[in-house]
Ligand binder design. Structure first.
Ligand SMILES: Nc1ncnc2c1ncn2[C@@H]1O[C@H](COP(=O)(O)OP(=O)(O)OP(=O)(O)O)[C@@H](O)[C@H]1O
Length: 292
């Protein structure tokens, strides 16, 4: 089971600072959505509203067709995994997992035990005594084993070492395959996680910059390299994200559709067309004026 999410004209203020500015989008159910944004872009603000931590005051949100705020079914069906402060969590790991099973109707205790083994979580240790990476692994275990129709991981990998992150990504894909749900995964580690996403949303300075399938986003990013004058002639009118000149050669990154006619023109001008990664697109699409 999975929830569809509709956000319409959502604006969030912190006193006189606008953290989200008329944000509108739909997230299809049963997909893994990558939510990408730079520091302070508004990711956590958005995710805390989707997970009922905060009420939408301007704009509307529906999750599975309902206003999610204070809605028992939607709240029970939503997991929000974030960098939680576990300093005062004196329960033992095993007890915490047992208690959770009572609150989450879909919680799979057998799968949780498998994850405990894979992440090497010490069941008898108190949660606040776990290392940062193990605390994150515990949170991820809870997020995956809860099997909620909406599962949100907000930079859930913090403190995990590279092999543990790999394990998390592998489990996320495998369990999504077995039990499709709506997942939202926010991250800065774009190059490491890009293969996980079915759909991508980029948020920048409180606004949605881009929302599309991962495949479509990637298919619109190109690097164009060749003779400087030819590259300049070719890219006139295209959205140029970045350019570099080395002697008489120019290399640019562009974002947009390239028609067959444009591709022919590139061949005639002896230009090389290459793909761009989601990481490159993210970095350059969210570049600010003073970072050129
Ligand atoms: N409680 C608050 N009071 C005032 N401003 C806030 C508050 N929470 C967040 N902000 C501001 O709102 C903006 C968005 O913050 P948010 O935490 O949503 O960003 P983020 O994309 O999750 O960033 P990061 O990747 O750094 O965690 C930032 O400018 C932040 O300083």
């Amino acid at each position: 089971m999975s929830y569809e999410i509709k956000v319409n004209d959502l604006t969030v203020w912190y006193k006189d600072f606008k953290a989200l500015d008329q944000v509108s989008f739909t997230l299809n159910g049963g997909k893994i959505h990558g939510l990408l944004g730079r520091n302070g872009a508004g990711k956590t603000t958005l995710l805390s509203i989707l997970s009922n931590f905060r009420k939408a005051k301007e704009g509307t949100i529906t999750i599975d067709g309902e206003d999610p705020f204070d809605h028992p079914r939607i709240m029970q069906g939503t997991s929000f995994i974030y960098d939680k402060d576990l300093t005062y969590e004196y329960d033992k790991v095993g007890d915490m997992l047992k208690e959770l099973a009572d609150f989450r109707p879909n919680f799979d205790a057998t799968y949780a035990s498998e994850l405990v083994k894979k992440f090497k979580l010490p069941l008898k240790k108190k949660v606040h005594q776990l290392s940062k990476g193990k605390q994150s692994a515990l949170q991820v275990t809870i997020g995956l084993a809860s099997r909620t129709p909406l599962t949100i991981f907000d930079e859930a990998y913090l403190g995990m070492d590279a092999p543990t992150r790999e394990l998390f990504y592998k489990e996320l894909l495998a369990d999504q395959e077995r039990h499709p749900r709506t997942m939202i995964v926010s991250t800065h580690l774009v190059s490491e996680m890009d293969y996980l996403f079915d759909e991508v949303t980029i948020i920048h300075q409180g606004k949605i910059l881009l929302k599309d399938t991962n495949e479509n986003v990637i298919s619109k990013g190109f690097s164009i390299t060749g003779n400087k004058d030819n590259v300049e002639a070719f890219t006139t009118g295209l959205e140029v994200l970045n350019s570099q000149i080395l002697g008489g050669t120019k290399s640019v990154m562009v974002y947009g559709e390239l028609s067959e006619q444009k591709r022919r023109q590139a061949r005639d001008l002896d230009l090389d067309i290459g793909p761009l990664s989601l990481h490159d697109l993210f970095v350059h699409l969210t570049k600010e004026e003073d970072e050129a």
